[in-house]
Design a binder for this molecule. Structure first.
Ligand SMILES: C[S@@+](CC[C@H](N)C(=O)[O-])C[C@H]1O[C@@H](n2cnc3c(N)ncnc32)[C@H](O)[C@@H]1O
Length: 371
């Protein structure tokens, strides 16, 4: 059974703390005041190195005690929550028996743990950092196998055999980071990896949601579309990305209640308390048996409310970017779905009215989740 996100995270943060302080006593689910002071500094340093100029991206920051501490105690729970959200938003469920998964740049295992919790079976996790892989093995209790992998080495050795899912989270943007032809190199890597999938298999990437890295992933997405690769999420259109063309972002957010450890560190390191946003892209080995249903769209903005109380989200679908709005107090059948709708969600809308500014839901409209 899939454990609920928040409960699972509370358990995993206890395991992270005991892995981080194996020989010291301390509260099982949070840091002591003294520990918090030190760890918050490490989190600030790594956050600064992975944003803006991204001076630490592509470097072996997990190979330092400072970087390992910050990653295990702060970034791990965020990546775990993002992986579970991305799998759900992309509609990826394990095949009978759990399927076979390759994870690249797996680090200390937040993605591996999320995949296991979501019911995926045989996991093969690669990274260039052997200590991170030891942490992954410890945290997953050896339910994943690991191998050393160098993402920038052409055709870096991978375990043999066909795969149901290939997953890489917060790693593709670190490959060839400064090379002018990085998009072409990353695309060639994706094409090689897609050749390893079973029919019906998928390749899922997660990346940060910052403006520059979101645009870089959308550029890779457009290069994939131009090379006729099959994009299954977050996009409905297979042609050029409407958001990228207009210079706006397309990313998703995970909804969670941060575990006590994350609450503590978010406060102490002055990190935004917003739900951790992320970019993602899902490609398929072959076109899926069914095209997205007519009316399938993806929410790509926050919810906005005008003075009259009409709520609006920006969506992306076969018609490109369009707004979808709803007047207050209408629509018995879809009101609850509308209330819960957030950035990144997919939905199918039928029977909407065409308004000057986009589509409007009416009492007769129907709304259902997609995929
Ligand atoms: C930001 S961490 C992401 C870890 C984990 N996937 C997550 O989502 O939290 C980037 C990971 O990619 C690995 N990495 C970066 N460049 C790499 C390369 N050229 N070859 C192999 N691994 C690499 C790092 O060691 C690190 O584990």
């Amino acid at each position: 059974m899939t454990p609920p996100l928040d409960a699972a995270l509370r358990g995993h943060t206890r395991a992270l703390l005991s892995l981080w302080r194996p020989d010291r006593a301390g509260p099982p689910d949070r840091l002591t005041h003294q520990e918090l002071r030190e760890v918050a500094q490490a989190v600030k340093r790594l956050s600064a190195g992975l944003s803006g100029e991204r001076t630490k991206a592509g470097r072996d920051y997990l190979g330092t005690e400072d970087g390992r501490t910050a990653y295990l105690l702060h970034f791990w729970p965020v990546s775990y929550a993002q992986t579970r959200a991305a799998l759900q938003l992309a509609g990826l469920r394990p095949p009978a028996g759990g399927g076979r998964v390759l994870e690249l740049g797996a680090g200390p295992g937040p993605g591996a743990m999320a995949l296991l919790d979501e019911g995926w079976g045989e996991l093969h996790c690669g990274d260039r950092n052997p200590d991170a892989l030891l942490s992954l093995r410890a945290l997953t209790r050896d339910r994943a196998s690991t191998f050393l992998w160098d993402g920038e080495a052409e055709g870096g050795a991978l375990p043999p055999g066909e795969l149901d899912l290939i997953f890489a989270s917060h790693v593709v943007s670190e490959l060839w980071k400064r090379a002018p032809d990085r998009i072409e190199r990353r695309l060639a890597t994706l094409q090689r990896l897609l050749g390893r999938l079973r029919p019906g298999g998928h390749l899922l990437l997660i990346e940060p949601a910052t403006h520059a890295l979101n645009a870089e992933l959308l550029t890779l997405r457009d290069a994939a579309a131009a090379a006729d690769l099959v994009i299954t999420a977050p996009c409905v259109p297979q042609g050029p990305c409407p958001a990228l063309a207009e210079g706006v972002a397309c990313h998703a957010a995970t909804r969670w209640t941060p575990p006590p450890l994350t609450e503590q560190l978010t406060r102490a390191a002055f990190i935004t308390k917003d739900a951790p946003a992320f970019s993602y892209l899902c490609l398929a080995a072959a076109p899926p048996p069914h095209a997205p249903p007519p009316g399938a769209i993806r929410v790509i903005s926050e919810r906005l409310t005008n003075k009259a109380g009409r709520e609006r989200v920006v969506t992306c679908g076969a018609e490109g970017r369009r707004s979808l709005s709803a007047a207050p107090g209408q629509g018995e059948s879809w009101r609850e779905a509308w209330r819960r709708l957030g950035r990144g969600d997919g939905l199918v809308v039928e029977g909407a009215e065409v308004r000057e500014t986009g589509l409007g839901l009416t009492a007769a409209s129907r709304v259902r989740p997609w995929p």
